[in-house]
Ligand binder design. Structure first.
Ligand code: AVI
Length: 326
């Protein structure tokens, strides 16, 4: 018999596949058909995203790392008596480690809570964040909202929530506001929010960032079909989908699509999907919203935060904003 922790993991894996199937069924039935971008991040998708972060055309990670290294000490100075940090979607954990290193010696014990739906991502991030030996690390395998609630219950004293990497850009505007509002509800007045946001920049730079000449972003996009084939028994013919990235200036977002090169008839038995696509029909897989600095401030204020500081990386057009729960 499996030990109870392994049984719990198997049960939660089964629930995750059921949710995946339900989402695939629902979103592919929309017009145009869609797939939620958070399903990009299986083990291969996470590795491809890590590779994207190293691409010369994708500046988000480098810009944010520069800002964290340069201003991390000020983040901690502005939030004196900080005892808890919660990072939502920590990725490899390297950025949190950078922030903690920039902060220098900690005057009081600090617990870092890492929240992610992926167990493998959490294990890697926990190892990286804990490697400095200066913090206690706790992990929560959960959605952002559920993980934040869990962490907030366990938190003692002043708390900082970090939401980095422009992950906020993958929410549509009402979703971003609802998300930040939920973060605010989980916090007490005086707690902090550190938000990394990619800024609007010239279209050629945006196009290269989301359609790179090495084809890594195309592989990242198509891997979603690989995942559906593997986990849900789908029969997507990968060669028949072209990666496309377009900048919609009016909506201030880069959209990624997978466009059928020829007529396609797709079956996904575990999601009960029977999908027909004509040549040129897109499946919309991601929106990545880009902000102006003033939009970030206005959004935070509308969600119950007071702006504390904002640092801009001009080289790659990125903003790191520290706000305080009002
Ligand atoms: C994770 N997220 C902020 C990335 C973005 O830029 O929207 C995901 C990504 N999509 C294509 N490249 C990177």
């Amino acid at each position: 018999m499996l030990p109870s922790s392994a049984q719990a993991r198997t049960a939660s894996d089964a629930m995750a596949v059921e949710q995946f199937a339900a989402d695939v069924r629902y979103y592919l039935s929309q017009s145009p058909p869609q797939l939620p971008s958070h399903y990009f991040y299986d083990a291969l998708g996470s590795a491809l995203f890590e590779a994207i972060c190293h691409l010369p055309w994708y500046g988000i990670t480098r810009a944010e790392s520069r800002l964290l290294a340069a201003h991390g000490d000020e983040v901690f100075r502005r939030l004196d008596s900080l005892s808890t940090v919660v990072e939502l979607g920590p990725g490899s954990g390297l950025k949190m480690r950078l922030l903690l290193d920039a902060a220098g010696p900690k005057p009081r014990p600090l617990t870092v809570h890492l929240v992610d739906v992926s167990q493998s991502a959490l294990e890697i991030a926990a190892h990286t964040v804990g490697s400095g030996g200066d913090v206690r690390v706790t992990t929560h395998r959960a959605t952002y909202d559920a993980g934040l609630r869990e962490a907030a219950v366990q938190a003692g004293g002043r708390t900082l929530v970090a939401f980095l990497g422009s992950n906020i850009g993958n929410f549509d505007p009402p979703g971003a506001a609802a998300f930040l509002h939920n973060v605010r509800v989980a916090l007490s007045p005086g707690d902090g929010l550190l938000l990394g946001v990619d800024l609007v920049k010239p279209e050629p730079a945006l196009r290269l960032a989301y359609d790179d000449p090495l084809g890594v972003t195309a592989a990242f996009n198509r891997n979603l079909l690989v995942r559906i084939n593997r986990e849900l028994g789908g029969d997507f013919d990968l060669d028949q989908y072209e990666h496309r990235a377009v900048w919609d200036a009016d909506r201030s977002r880069v959209e990624m699509h997978l466009v059928a090169r020829s007529a396609q008839h797709v079956h996904i038995p575990r999601a009960d999907v029977d999908l027909r696509l004509a040549p040129g029909d897109p499946i919309w897989t991601e929106s990545s919203y880009k902000y102006r600095t003033g939009d970030v401030a206005a959004l935070l204020q509308a969600c119950g935060f007071r702006l504390s500081a904002q640092w801009i990386d001009r080289q790659d057009g990125f903003a790191l904003t520290l706000a305080e729960a009002a």
